[in-house]
Design a protein around this ligand. Structure first.
Ligand SMILES: Nc1ncnc2c1ncn2[C@@H]1O[C@H](COP(=O)(O)OP(=O)(O)O)[C@@H](O)[C@H]1O
Ligand SMILES: *[C@@H]1O[C@H](CO)[C@@H](O)[C@H](O)[C@H]1NC(C)=O
Length: 370
């Protein structure tokens, strides 16, 4: 009796104290049932006018076509994470009490993204975030105005309370920069306090080198694209230093586990810390599985590709995959998204076998029993 309760106690201690990487896959099954992915970030209504000639200052022109779509980096990442159907996904954001807010929340409902309705809708007249986009048909060039509105009303106190009141502590918390810096930083701090793995995508990239230094100690997985990585390191246009070295510099600045630089069609580079600080960084290139059925389709647009990668990677980590497996499958998911128009992600029933975590264990099983 005594031994058994001691064992239970030790096991509980071990499970609750094992952060990620090492014992994380041990939690596989337990984690995926309740502890999911939480995205703290933006939701915007995109309003796009396509025109055959852009207006000059003071001019009115006739548009050709008009489209609306639900976007915002936070919302996109949450929808990508939820579309794998592997873990519950919750969005912490703010929208206005207006038609756009209603549309954004309805979109979450359709995509299986959970949120707290009472907290999410602002009742003080603040407008929902909108992106007004004008596309010049002949050239494809665009002009965009993002008006954050309700997104900037999300306070650090809101974020802290939202994460702490969840009945199951999140396994992974994902943050970007379309909300106020203080809110993003608080999300990372509270997530670490709750024992979650933190994923941070520094988009849109701050223009000042070193702007995110105070974030790094609270970031486990840092995911910039090439532009963002160079901007943050003050190396825009300086090809004397490669991405690998810049990623190592950020690990030295305090990022806890890994810097993953996304590289467009080339996939992504994972630069991970060794088991002890003295170890050398481990470098892995990840890319979409070569036998992914979508690979044969043409690339139509890369809008939301980075968001697809960040969302999918977070869900795969929450499902217990290690960083490299999660990276490869997330590239596969992002590769599917660039073969669809806009930030549109496959539904769980459209997810090919090869992007399901079970396919990895099958592969390992067949490899070890030929
Ligand atoms: N042309 C492409 N073909 C296949 N996959 C792509 C392509 N462009 C992007 N991806 C996938 O999307 C991920 C993010 O793309 P990237 O262009 O680096 O980010 P961002 O959207 O921030 O510009 C890449 O790591 C890759 O997996
Ligand atoms: C990286 O993301 C930024 C947004 O932060 C975007 O403006 C830029 O075009 C992206 N760069 C690449 C190389 O994809």
């Amino acid at each position: 009796m005594k031994n058994q309760s001691c064992l239970t106690l030790c096991l509980c201690f071990f499970l609750s104290c094992t952060p990620l990487a090492s014992g994380f896959s041990l939690l596989n099954g337990i984690m995926t049932k309740s502890n999911g992915v939480v995205v703290v970030g933006s939701a915007n209504q995109d309003l796009t006018s396509y025109t055959n000639a852009l207006p000059v200052l003071g001019e009115t022109v006739m548009g050709d076509t008009f489209e609306t779509s639900c976007g915002g980096k936070g919302a996109n990442q949450a929808k990508a994470a939820a579309s794998l159907g592997l873990a519950p996904v919750t969005m912490v954001c703010r929208v206005g009490d207006d038609v756009f807010g209603a549309a954004l929340l309805q979109d979450f409902d359709h995509k299986n993204v959970q949120y707290d309705r009472g907290d999410t809708i602002l009742k003080d007249g603040t407008a929902s975030g909108v992106a007004t986009i004008v596309v010049d048909n002949p050239s494809g060039d665009n002009m965009i105005i993002v008006t954050p509105g309700a997104n900037y009303a999300l306070t650090p106190e809101n974020v802290d309370a939202a994460l702490k009141k969840m009945s199951d502590p999140p396994a992974v918390v994902v943050v970007q920069l379309e909300v106020k810096y203080e809110a993003a930083l608080q999300a990372l701090k509270t997530a670490k306090e709750l024992g979650a793995v933190t994923v941070f995508n520094p988009a849109p990239a701050p223009t000042k080198e070193g702007a995110l230094d105070e974030f790094f100690p609270f970031v486990d997985v840092f995911i910039p694209n090439e532009t963002e990585l160079r901007t943050l390191c003050g190396r825009v246009g300086d090809n004397s230093v490669n991405e690998e070295q810049l990623a190592k510099d950020l690990l030295a600045k305090g990022v806890n586990k890994a810097v993953i630089c996304t590289l467009g069609a080339r996939g992504a580079m994972i630069v991970a810390k060794g088991a002890t600080d003295k170890d050398r960084a481990k470098i892995d290139m990840v890319c979409a599985p070569t036998d992914l059925p979508a690979n044969k389709d043409p690339v139509v647009d890369t809008i939301g590709a980075g968001d697809a990668f960040c969302g999918a990677l977070s869900t795969y980590l929450a499902s217990g995959l290690d960083m490299v497996d999660a990276g490869n499958l997330a590239c596969g998911f992002a590769s599917m998204s660039v073969r669809r128009l806009g930030a549109n992600y496959p539904d769980p029933d459209e997810l090919p076998e090869i992007l399901r975590p079970e396919s990895l264990s099958k592969k390992v099983a067949t490899q070890s029993n030929p």
